[in-house]
Design a protein around this ligand. Structure first.
Ligand SMILES: *[C@@H]1O[C@H](CO)[C@@H](O)[C@H](O)[C@H]1NC(C)=O
Ligand SMILES: *[C@@H]1O[C@H](CO)[C@@H](O)[C@H](O)[C@H]1NC(C)=O
Ligand SMILES: *[C@@H]1O[C@H](CO)[C@@H](O)[C@H](O)[C@H]1NC(C)=O
Ligand SMILES: *[C@@H]1O[C@H](CO)[C@@H](O)[C@H](O)[C@H]1NC(C)=O
Ligand SMILES: *[C@@H]1O[C@H](CO)[C@@H](O)[C@H](O)[C@H]1NC(C)=O
Ligand SMILES: *[C@@H]1O[C@H](CO)[C@@H](O)[C@H](O)[C@H]1NC(C)=O
Ligand SMILES: *[C@@H]1O[C@H](CO)[C@@H](O)[C@H](O)[C@H]1NC(C)=O
Ligand SMILES: *[C@@H]1O[C@H](CO)[C@@H](O)[C@H](O)[C@H]1NC(C)=O
Ligand SMILES: *[C@@H]1O[C@H](CO)[C@@H](O)[C@H](O)[C@H]1NC(C)=O
Length: 327
């Protein structure tokens, strides 16, 4: 239970409600600029992100908070970008962490036998300065006789340090036939995701645009008891393959959680941004700068409150010392 303390200050009775946990501490500190909303539905939108003009650091941190189609629907925060064919793409954001991470939902690619004469393609674009987390996500291909092909684009990470570089991942899956040639007697016993009905691959850091192409690697009449294949990027901790449940789960699922890295990317890593005359250095008082997203090969930076301080390091006076607020 929070303690309630009443103190008469300058003749005015001021009531402080002191939280008892560090988490509650965080929740009480301002997350958005003064006069700006800090919530979209139940998702906290901390600065540098913002939903209205003057509330975000730059257009890249604009969050489109759209109201639901019915009044009792929660508003949903979206990050907006464009696909290779210039279609507007809204990415559903489920959580924003000040530690340079964003949780989003991304579509899964599905193809059932009738669809498989042509491959299925899904594009997952991210606007700069967002990249798919290489430490938190995997690329999965699920099904019997599936071929999942991922093409990833890494701007600025080519061999010369400037041009676009491409990455390729191929995953193939197979299942065992029970009786030779009889596709109805299929046995899936292995849940290790090492090629048997499930195959996975990791990604390098810095990937900003992903195309997933799903096709079949076996004739249609094989594996007819498992007619659907899937290929998708997913947060490792949020998707675990199990032959007993995954096919049913995926048949009902359109999107899965994915972790995206964000950074202050307008003037490079800490040392460059700190020295640049043109950079509006993002780390405010009582905070430190951290090269990001890969500390040994950073393209930008994030800010963190110094030890003993809590709050939002991107806000003026955002980091508050624990000792000034407790006791
Ligand atoms: C928001 O609410 C939804 C469902 O109401 C829940 O699944 C989700 O975890 C909540 N998100 C946060 C950031 O609390
Ligand atoms: C926000 O999303 C809504 C609904 O998709 C769309 O109509 C609107 O144009 C978007 N606003 C901006 C500024 O992108
Ligand atoms: C959202 O992110 C915050 C900060 O990282 C974390 O404390 C919280 O548990 C997350 N909420 C959900 C629903 O994932
Ligand atoms: C193979 O199929 C037969 C007939 O349907 C069944 O009796 C047998 O248990 C199956 N074998 C395995 C390993 O599941
Ligand atoms: C294959 O399965 C079908 C349908 O279950 C069955 O009628 C047929 O006898 C099976 N063939 C063989 C070779 O096991
Ligand atoms: C999957 O189902 C089979 C047969 O019902 C059962 O033997 C096995 O323990 C199940 N595996 C898991 C991981 O639940
Ligand atoms: C999938 O959807 C069906 C019908 O909508 C439902 O009965 C089933 O429980 C769902 N399965 C999972 C794993 O969500
Ligand atoms: C960070 O970049 C270095 C140098 O390119 C690379 O060797 C390392 O694997 C990267 N670390 C991560 C976690 O991606
Ligand atoms: C740094 O923290 C101290 C102690 O909480 C506070 O008095 C001071 O105003 C802070 N400085 C800035 C620039 O936020």
């Amino acid at each position: 239970m929070p303690q309630v303390i009443a103190l008469p200050i300058l003749g005015v009775l001021v009531v402080f409600v002191l939280p008892t946990t560090a988490e509650a501490d965080q929740a009480l500190l301002p997350q958005a600029l003064l006069g700006c909303s800090d919530h979209c539905g139940n998702v906290t939108i901390p600065y540098p992100f913002g939903m209205a003009k003057g509330c975000y650091r730059g257009p890249e941190f604009f969050i489109n908070c759209t109201t639901g189609t019915t009044p009792d629907e929660e508003p949903i925060p979206y990050l907006t970008t464009r696909s290779g064919t210039d279609d507007l793409i809204q990415i559903h954001v489920t959580n924003i962490s000040l530690k340079g991470e964003l949780h989003v939902l991304q579509p899964i690619t599905r193809a059932c036998d009738a669809d498989l004469n042509v491959g299925r393609e899904t594009d997952l674009p991210l606007p700069p300065p967002f990249t798919f987390s290489n430490t938190k996500n995997n690329f999965f291909t699920i099904g019997c006789g599936s071929s999942g092909n991922l093409l990833g684009f890494r701007p600025g990470l080519g061999l010369d340090g400037h041009t676009l570089s491409n990455i390729h991942r191929y995953c193939f899956t197979f299942c065992d036939d029970n009786s030779s040639g009889n596709d109805t007697d299929l046995v899936i016993t292995d849940d290790s995701c090492s090629g048997f009905a499930c195959s996975l691959s990791s990604l390098p850091s810095g990937v900003q645009y992903i195309s997933i192409i799903l096709s079949r690697s076996m004739p249609t009449n094989w594996y007819s008891s498992y007619p659907c294949r899937y290929a998708f990027l997913a947060e490792k901790s949020e998707f675990t393959f199990s032959p007993n449940t995954s096919f049913q789960q995926l048949s009902n699922t359109s999107h899965l959680p994915v972790v995206v890295n964000w950074e202050i990317g307008d003037h490079g890593p800490c040392d460059l941004a700190q020295r640049s005359k043109h950079a509006d250095f993002a780390c405010k008082g009582n905070s430190t700068c951290i090269n990001w997203p890969n500390v040994t090969r950073p393209t930008g930076y994030i800010c963190q409150c110094k030890e003993g301080y809590q709050g939002n390091p991107y806000l003026p006076d955002g980091c508050q010392g624990d000792e000034t607020r407790s006791s």
